[in-house]
Design a protein around this ligand. Structure first.
Ligand SMILES: [Zn+2]
Length: 265
């Protein structure tokens, strides 16, 4: 007599085995998918954190160093029409959007300055010439576009010397201000050298004269030796900034930079 039950049992073994194998394969696949999801989440979190750190770094550089693509977000300098002469523009404070387009006076050599500083500048140059010097304003007012061109040319120069792009920009920014943060864009700053600029001894005489007398005409040595931590710029014996006779005398007498004087006002 045939025994269907036993036959059934025999034939059912492989099937049950197969079912259980499928179940554990499914469980294994589920487990692997879950683990992959966790890994993917972790990867995303790490990438997001890295992007966050890089962005924060760039914003930080832009804000505090005045470099990088976020330099446009450098905070505005304080400005009021009454104390226009004390506007502090530096690597931490850009020219405010409300700063009016300056009314300019053109000098004989083509350089321009804010018309409000022209009478005192002329008096100062008359006095220098009377003392036997032959000075010239080698740089006066600059538009933002000019400042950008000067920066671009400096970067190109380093680049052509083989300095990598990012490093070339950093190096250029050691001596050229970020567009929007140069005092030359205010029209209140002048670079004064001996005419021709090629005679180092003649330049030194001009710088010595200015250091002694410029304050009487309302101009101050804007980036004094040893003042870099406050001004953000290395010593520039040729760069003079108009602040008016009263402020210049007070700054000179108390050995204050514009940052310190205007901050204490
Ligand atoms: Zn200058």
């Amino acid at each position: 007599m045939p025994q269907p039950a036993r036959q059934f049992e025999r034939s059912a073994w492989p099937e049950r085995f197969a079912q259980s194998a499928q179940q554990s394969a499914r469980r294994f696949a589920d487990c692997r998918r879950a683990r992959n999801r966790v890994l993917a989440l972790r990867r995303t979190a790490v990438i997001a954190a890295a992007i966050g750190i890089v962005l924060a770094g760039l914003v930080g550089l832009g804000r505090f160093m005045g470099v990088g693509p976020f330099a446009g977000h450098i905070p505005e300098a304080r400005y009021s029409a009454e104390s226009w002469n004390l506007t502090v523009v530096n690597r931490w404070h850009r020219i405010p959007d409300a700063y009016p387009e300056p009314d300019l006076t053109r000098l004989r050599n083509g350089e321009q300055v804010d018309s409000r500083i022209y009478p005192d500048l002329q008096r100062m140059f008359d006095a220098m010439r009377a003392d036997g010097l032959n000075p010239e304003v080698s740089a006066g007012y600059r538009t933002r576009a000019t400042q950008q061109r000067i920066l671009d040319e400096k970067i190109e120069a380093y680049w052509s010397e083989g300095v990598p792009r990012a490093a070339a920009r950093t190096k250029a920014l050691e001596t050229v201000a970020v567009p929007g943060t140069s005092e030359h864009e205010l029209g209140l700053a002048v670079d004064v050298n001996a005419a021709g600029m090629n005679d180092a001894a003649a330049n030194q005489k001009v710088y010595a004269w200015l250091a002694e007398h410029a304050a009487q005409y309302g101009f101050v040595l804007r980036y004094p030796d040893g003042g870099t931590a406050v001004t953000g710029v290395a010593y520039e014996p040729w760069h003079y900034r108009y602040v008016g006779v009263q402020a210049a005398s007070a700054m000179c007498a108390n050995d204050l930079t514009l940052e310190e004087y205007a901050g204490a006002m």
